[in-house]
Write a protein that binds this ligand. Structure first.
Ligand SMILES: O=C(NC/C=C/[C@H]1O[C@@H](n2cnc3c(NCCO)ncnc32)[C@H](O)[C@@H]1O)c1cc(-c2ccc(F)cc2)cc(O)c1O
Ligand SMILES: [Mg+2]
Length: 214
């Protein structure tokens, strides 16, 4: 039977990346996506912006919406201090299965909790079921029309505190117009756009960093 693109991406990681070396896994995926098959990872250019936001936030608790193959999961986890943890939500079981293997190959599995399910169902359970108080950083990279409803849901569930950071991928391409309008006009957020390019292309895209003001 035909393999899927995520399966081929995992194959490249297991063949070429050094086990236990997150940077090697990231480099291998970026090379695969540039030389073999494009895939919707945040990529190396926007990935550097993600890295800088993670390091300057120095988060203890991170939430990622949309794991896909685990590229940004590995990127973020590799920068977290020892006690910090990253919860990543993925509702496609096939993608979750691939991501778990990528995360383990990179050796960051002890900092990552991959939860299979839809963000809309899981966000309300974060406090009771996952022992989360608030998130210091949220990386939004799932269906683009879900960024806004899930942000409102996180507010309602008391998962954001003064200073919590939302970092959203693809605010230009494919675009998240309703989310952008909200975080840029709401008095509850201080927003900043980081101009970049769609992963592995010259098309404009960018990340929006929004600080929750409480
Ligand atoms: O569409 C893009 N990303 C979507 C990611 C989805 C992943 O997240 C998972 N997911 C989705 N919704 C939820 C959910 N909750 C919501 C549903 O309940 N709860 C849990 N998991 C969820 C999916 O199963 C996937 O694993 C994209 C496209 C381009 C692109 C640009 C230009 C082009 F020409 C083509 C493509 C570039 C990018 O960087 C992109 O991120
Ligand atoms: Mg994306």
């Amino acid at each position: 039977t035909q393999s899927t693109r995520p399966q081929r991406l995992l194959g490249a990681v297991q063949k070429k990346a050094t086990r236990g070396n997150p940077r090697s896994v990231i480099q291998t995926i970026d090379q695969f996506c540039r030389q073999r098959e494009w895939a919707m990872n945040v990529g190396d250019e926007k990935g550097c912006i993600l890295d800088s936001v993670v390091t300057e936030t120095n988060p203890t608790t991170v939430l990622e919406l949309g794991t896909y193959c685990g590229y940004s999961t590995v990127r973020i986890a590799s920068l977290l201090p020892p006690q910090a943890r990253l919860i990543t939500l993925e509702f496609n079981p096939d993608f979750a299965r691939i991501a778990r293997q990528v995360i383990t190959w990179a050796g960051v599995q002890d900092k990552v909790e991959l939860v299979e399910g839809a963000s809309g169902d899981l966000i309300p359970k974060m406090k009771a079921q996952f022992g989360v108080n608030t998130f210091d950083l949220v990386f939004l990279d799932h269906w683009k029309d879900r960024y806004l409803p899930d942000t409102k849901l996180m507010e309602e569930c008391g998962l954001l505190k003064k200073g919590s950071i939302l970092l959203a991928d693809n605010v230009i391409c494919p675009g998240t117009p309703d989310y952008l309008e909200y975080v840029r006009n709401s008095p509850r957020y201080q927003s900043q756009y980081f101009k970049s390019h769609l992963e592995y292309t010259k098309v404009e895209d960018g990340l929006e960093k929004s600080v929750f003001l409480g």
